[in-house]
Design a protein around this ligand. Structure first.
Ligand code: HEM
Length: 422
């Protein structure tokens, strides 16, 4: 018989504001306080159980016990994800929609995007060198990725649009936890982007716009949902943005990659020696070590027992993504940046969750992990092997309280020159 245990309770009327104050460490702080794997509290006016670690993530991705409908706050849907999109779906309807994303991001399409991004990086370097500019890496990579993903997806983007379209994509991500005018900025960026992309869907369906058959635009425009019908224009736009926006958001991980090189210069030499496996390990450690996605939410489908704890149907369950990636039961010295920890090539289904856990084709794990890793590797190669640059004094502090986080200055670089290998 399993012993029945009491879930520690973090008593308060509502902890939502405290979560925003403590950011990425909100769950870890309380798990330490209660010496437990979970605790109960109130978030967004609901009873919530916060969980962390490998076993917790296995539970979170058990679709027999957990569902997504009702878990994602409307205010997050109105900026980051779009309303009623794939993130909020369950069961067979979700799996059917997920196939669309998996096919848009198949290996061939990933390779095509990597090629286009390599070309855009090269063009950007020539520009920086010619103009002798001081650049903010985060902003520049946003533009590189926005241009690349639009070309790849079959979405026309004129030169005059690059700045504001790339800014709108990053604003949707960066206003995730914002309140007041900042939040309104996020909503405005989404409204403008949705209008633009609805036009692309309509143009494709009417034949005015000729997107290649394999392009993301064509695939979304002609995708038939579980009920055999085309998505309405708004839903199609929301889901195409769910491909475009996160690809632009890889700029956050790329900025952290540059920052990691700055903080751990000892790896530059190893990476310059053409060590392919170190390139892979380095980007994996960037994804583990630096903060990006903080938490994920789901709702229990039924009453059940887990490790002696009772979960009631309809409870909000929050998985600690940042905490699981820094759990000392999984990672030795979790607060040390050590790419070598990935040398064992172990599969990390539930214990390494920067982009979710489980099997992406069977659950909600991110379908863009492969492409994220590839674009980070391409960018790392440019940073160490293709260019030389100076890093002026700047504020490189990144916060564990602000969600999402980024080095304050966005990583300023100057005197950028093409590197001639010695
Ligand atoms: C910038 C790096 C990225 C991060 C940190 C990230 C993170 C995540 C996370 C944490 C989830 C949620 C998993 C869950 O709900 O259980 C997710 C889902 C998703 N991601 Fe990503 N992602 C990234 C890049 C991408 C890329 C490049 C794409 C596509 C091109 C993408 C498309 C999606 C989609 C469509 C979902 C929803 C999947 C579903 O609900 O079934 N993401 N991502």
């Amino acid at each position: 018989m399993i012993e029945r245990k009491q879930i520690p309770r973090d008593k308060c009327i509502d902890n939502t504001l405290t979560l925003l104050k403590e950011g990425y460490l909100f769950i870890q702080n309380r798990l330490e306080r209660y010496s437990a794997d979970l605790f109960e509290t109130r978030l967004l006016g609901k009873r919530a159980i916060c969980i962390s670690g490998k076993e917790a993530s296995k539970l979170f991705y058990n679709s027999y016990l957990m569902k997504r409908k009702g878990a994602l706050p409307k205010r997050v849907q109105k900026t980051l994800f779009g309303e009623n999109a794939i993130q909020t779906m369950d069961g067979r309807k979700h799996l059917h929609r997920k196939e669309l994303f998996m096919s848009i991001l198949n290996q061939e399409q990933q390779d095509r995007l990597t090629k286009i991004t390599t070309k855009k990086w090269q063009e950007a370097i020539e520009r920086w060198e010619r103009v002798g500019k001081v650049i903010v890496l985060y902003d520049e990579v946003n533009r590189i990725l926005c241009q690349s993903v639009c070309e790849w997806a079959g979405v026309p983007l004129s030169n005059s649009e690059i700045n504001y379209r790339s800014k709108d994509f990053s604003t949707m991500v960066n206003t995730l936890s914002a309140v007041g005018p900042e939040y309104w900025r996020g909503k405005k960026a989404r409204r403008r982007t949705e209008k633009w992309i609805r036009g692309m869907i309509e143009g494709t369906r009417s034949g005015k716009l000729k997107a290649g058959r394999n392009s993301a635009l064509h695939q979304v425009a002609y995708y038939k949902d579980f009920d055999g019908k085309l998505l309405n224009t708004q839903m199609a736009a929301v889901e195409l943005i769910n491909v475009l926006r996160p690809i632009v958001a890889i700029s956050t991980f790329i900025t952290f990659t540059a920052f990691a090189l700055y903080e751990h210069k000892e790896y530059v030499k190893i990476l310059r020696s053409g060590n392919e496996s170190m390139r892979e390990m380095f980007v994996q450690e960037v994804r583990r070590y630096y903060p990006f996605t903080p938490f994920l939410g789901a709702i229990t489908r039924k009453n059940f027992m887990w490790n002696g704890y009772s979960f009631k149907k309809g409870t909000l369950v929050i998985l600690d993504v940042y905490g699981t990636n820094h759990d000392s039961r999984i990672w030795k010295d979790p607060y040390k940046f050590r790419p070598e920890r990935f040398s064992d090539k172990k599969e990390h289904i539930f214990d390494f969750v920067p982009q979710g856990g489980g099997d992406p084709s069977k659950g909600h794990r991110c379908p863009g992990e492969g492409v994220t890793i590839e674009l980070m590797k391409v960018s790392l190669n440019f940073l160490v092997n293709k260019i030389e640059f100076k890093i002026p004094n700047q504020d490189l502090y990144y916060s564990l309280v602000k969600i999402p986080s980024l080095p304050e200055s966005g990583f300023i670089m100057r005197h950028i020159k093409t590197r001639t290998p010695k």
